[in-house]
Design a binder for this molecule. Structure first.
Ligand code: ADP
Ligand code: SF4
Length: 689
């Protein structure tokens, strides 16, 4: 297939200072959870993006000096020559495919506590902020930098830039956003200095100008020097000569950097979930920049549609289409557009599991892309998958995300596959959950896979086919994969967090009842010890139907886990706006005749009661594994039917998130023809010299 001419503009080269990006697909700096500690995993992750057509591929934030130490987060650093070596692997892997490699030089904001290096943190004025994030707040306050230390900082930027150049990077960033490095000097709320680096705008912008000039002088002959700048916060700061200090900063430094990379000042709003922000939501923060500079401008917006990308270029908002998450979900997005296969793009669903895994400190995982992070470790490629034996037949039972991914990967491998689904709808939990408020983009998990499956002649799909063990024995095949999912249980939470007996009785429900369309009588209590999206989504759905809703949870906040995927603040605000009553640090112990019994989670176990008509328990899930165990028990019959293996995958094996189900389905399809244990993969380990 050939490219649609409508998208030609996306494939134009763009000159960035002394280098030229081969097209407008720009993989912006974003961390991938490897730091420098896993150079091969890191290089593998970046390489597939270059191979998939991204014209520029950047590293995540890269510390210039041990005085900026983000441990335990897995950040990159260019502190010495060993670091140069580690990152040159990334550069080589990107260059191999003709793309430019960029590195984002980073120095902290005064909210980094140098947990590993134990160096006393410094900042422009020692201002303490960000204390509303207790999980990551620094417990040591930064101190104001002395004048000589500002000169040291300038030198560290230059030294790191020279290392970056010797590693082979083409684009070298100075990170001047989010309060990092020179940005904290720029912002009057963070800079209270009375010397030539504080006070007037001219003084506050001095360090940003100096560092950009220093780095250009050091490496600008062959490397482009980019400024990464956040505008949303400074758009609110008035200026004497411009609409805001954001305008004034860009107008003042206009053509000094070779590229402006525009982003948000707030990690939660920048990498926001689709539940709260649509693609392109950052446009108000980027749209004015091109009027103030002749240098190329890049920005992000979770763009997955080529038409939306073209719109950004044609309307003069951006020159380069920045992406982090769309490139994680589909590293081959540019190539697919180039080959006229835009219908095959595996679109990011905006769930932020990738963000949560970065916060976990492990290589980033993705709901849509099961190969993410496994490129080097398991040699999994996002597009190419080893061929299987077309003579072998595989029956996959259940068409949720696990079954769909398994059938798709089996089909791509060339097996003769059959997918049987009990209901008339494919998608399983995805089809049940996507209609919940804010989750419509989750349907992409189903739609991408169903779209691909429908084109495959070697995969048959049967709907309305609830299979029993006898049906499967009669059907006969080489391998059976049971992907029958899980159901929410009515188990309560016992003391010490072990499950307690299910709470049966009138007006006690689970999310499965509500997702099937049932609206309980109000007032309703949602008892949430799942701590992720479900409790809040049900509260939103039921309040929209006029119900009076209270959330009871043993946690100290609603949807407590969501601090990990950047949506905790939005969920709390939404619950507040909807008038949902919240009751924290309590367990439900019983419910009878409209009275809910509660017990404090603390030692005193203080008992209270609450009136409500209905209770929805959002707690544990139990696997639908009856069919699997039934089959496993019929050893002789299976043998007679020629069935060589039975496996369970996804929620049927271990109830979890959609990301786990997709991964499980993929892993099963990759290893179906090999009955040996599959847990063999490479580990990067420290080498003792
Ligand atoms: P997962 O997340 O592991 O993919 P889901 O719960 O999303 O699990 O999907 C499981 C799917 O399996 C559902 O669509 C369900 O209708 C289907 N299913 C359950 N039991 C059977 C069965 N006996 N035969 C065919 N399909 C089944
Ligand atoms: Fe997108 Fe979710 Fe994948 Fe992150 S994990 S890239 S948000 S689909």
């Amino acid at each position: 297939m050939t490219r649609n001419t409508r998208y030609d503009v996306l494939f134009e080269p763009v000159k960035i200072g002394p280098v030229t990006a081969p097209n407008r697909f720009y993989n912006v700096p974003h961390d991938l959870g490897t730091g420098n500690g896993m150079p091969h995993v890191h290089a593998g992750m970046r390489e597939v993006r270059a191979e998939g057509g991204w014209g520029v591929v950047n590293t995540g934030y890269c510390s210039i000096h041990p005085s900026a130490d983000e441990s335990p987060f897995p950040f990159c650093h260019l502190w010495d020559d060993d670091d140069t070596k580690s990152l040159s692997l990334v550069v080589d892997s990107v260059h191999k495919h003709g793309s430019l490699a960029g590195v984002e030089l980073w120095w902290h904001s005064g909210t980094t506590s140098n947990r590993m290096t134990r160096m006393s943190p410094m900042s422009a004025s020692g201002i303490c902020y960000n204390t509303n994030i207790p999980n990551w707040m620094p417990l040591v306050r930064s101190r104001p930098m002395e004048k000589e230390e500002i000169q040291d900082l300038r030198r560290w930027y230059v030294e790191a830039a020279k290392r970056a150049k010797s590693a082979g990077f083409d684009i070298i960033y100075v990170y001047c956003g989010m309060g990092f490095g020179p940005n904290q000097f720029l912002q009057s709320k963070l800079n209270k200095r009375t010397d030539e680096y504080g006070g007037s705008f001219e003084n506050r912008i001095r360090l940003m100008r100096e560092v950009l000039e220093d780095v250009k002088e050091a490496v600008g002959d062959t490397c482009a020097v980019a400024a990464r700048f956040s505008t949303d916060d400074m758009l609110k700061v008035p200026s004497n000569n411009y609409p805001s200090e954001a305008h004034e900063t860009i107008a003042t430094l206009s053509d000094l950097p070779d590229l402006w990379d525009i982003k948000s000042s707030d990690w939660n709003r920048e990498v926001a979930t689709a539940r709260f922000y649509d693609s392109g939501h950052q446009e108000p923060w980027t749209s004015f920049v091109k009027e103030l500079t002749d240098k190329p401008v890049v920005g992000v917006g979770r763009f997955t549609s080529p038409d939306e990308m073209v719109g950004q270029i044609k309307r003069g908002v951006l020159d380069l289409i920045g992406a982090a998450r769309p490139s994680i979900a589909d590293p081959f997005l540019p190539n697919k557009i180039n080959e006229g296969k835009e219908d095959e793009i595996r679109e990011c669903i905006g769930c932020n599991i990738c963000v949560s895994t970065y916060h976990d400190g492990v290589p980033v995982r993705c709901t849509q892309n099961p190969t993410m992070g496994e490129e080097w470790r398991r040699k999994w490629h996002p597009v190419n998958i080893p061929a299987g034996n077309p003579e072998k037949s595989v029956l996959v039972v259940g068409a949720g995300p696990a079954g769909l991914e398994c059938a798709l990967s089996l089909g791509q491998r060339g097996f003769s596959a059959t997918l049987a689904e009990a209901t008339d709808e494919l998608g399983g939990r995805v089809s049940r959950e996507a209609p919940l408020p804010g989750l419509s983009s989750w349907a992409r998990v189903r739609d991408y896979r169903v779209g691909q499956l429908q084109t495959m002649v070697n995969v048959d799909i049967y709907r309305d086919s609830p299979l029993t063990a006898d049906d499967i024995l009669e059907f006969g095949c080489d391998h059976v994969v049971v992907a029958t999912g899980a159901k929410w249980s009515k188990e309560l939470l016992g003391k010490d967090t072990y499950p307690a007996a299910p709470l049966e009785g009138e007006n006690v429900y689970t999310p499965d009842d509500v997702m099937a369309g049932f609206v309980p009588v109000g007032p309703i209590v949602i008892y949430d010890f799942d701590h992720y999206y479900m409790g809040g989504c049900l509260a939103e759905l039921l309040t929209s139907k006029g119900c009076d809703v209270t959330i009871v949870t043993p946690a100290s906040a609603v949807s407590a886990w969501t601090v990990m995927n950047n949506e905790a603040d939005e969920i709390r605000q939404r619950m507040n706006e909807l008038g949902v009553t919240l009751c924290f640090e309590n367990r439900v112990t019983g419910f009878e005749n409209g009275t809910l019994q509660l017990e404090s989670i603390f030692k005193n176990g203080k008992a209270t009661t609450m009136k409500c008509e209905s209770l929805i328990i959002v707690g544990n899930k139990l696997p639908n594994d009856g069919l699997y165990h039934d089959l496993k028990s019929k050893v002789q019959e299976m043998d007679q039917a020629g069935i060589k293996s039975v496996r369970s995958i996804g929620d049927c094996q271990a109830p979890g998130l959609i990301v786990h189900a997709v991964y499980s389905g993929h892993e099963c399809a990759r290893n179906i023809d090999d009955n040996a244990p599959t847990e063999t993969f490479l580990f990067e380990k420290p080498i003792l010299k």
